[in-house]
Design a binder for this molecule. Sequence first.
Ligand code: AMP
Length: 196
Amino acid sequence: MKNLFLIIGAPGSGKTTDASIIAEKNDNIVHYSTGDMLREEVANGSELGLEIESYIAKGALVPLNIIVNTIVSAINNAPVANVLIDGYPRSTEQMIAFDKLVEKEDNIRLASVIEVRVSEQVAKDRILGRAADAKPGEERSDDSIEVFFDRMKIYTDPLAEIQAFYTEKNLLTVISGERTLEEVVEDMEAFVKSKI
Ligand code: AMP
């Protein structure tokens, strides 16, 4: 049985960094970022990777079947029982698709959905800071001001519906991402551990 935590947050909220530190510190927790998994596929140079890159470069969402396959195989292949996935769901379509899937799957329990909340200004400052600090060859194709606003809109448009859906199921927890990395990690880690 896999205990699943979905972590959502604006681009620049720090969700990937927070979750990867928690997984590094705990042998019984593993972490996958949808963005990282998709970028790995792009780096593989496969045909699927080329298709994925065309969406990422624009800041657009990759199609439903691609992202669902990506996360389901990550969960099923996870080497330990507690799995953090950040970056999913990003649309109501993804949320509904996953809800149906979890209902059928005896092997997956959705333990919680954690929203890492930051203001748009903080998100923007962090993303533009990340673009300025990137080493040559490590730049992300989507860390630019133009793409930032598209990604932010894609994040915020379905957010109220996603929040309402998981609040109704008593599964939503909001954590403030506008604190030091250590504080956010400590808070998220304590919460995750309380649920496993
Ligand atoms: P991130 O690293 O989380 O900011 O994601 C980078 C990019 O990967 C996004 O802008 C999308 O193009 C793609 N992506 C990440 N997560 C998802 C998802 N749940 N659904 C569709 N596309 C995604």
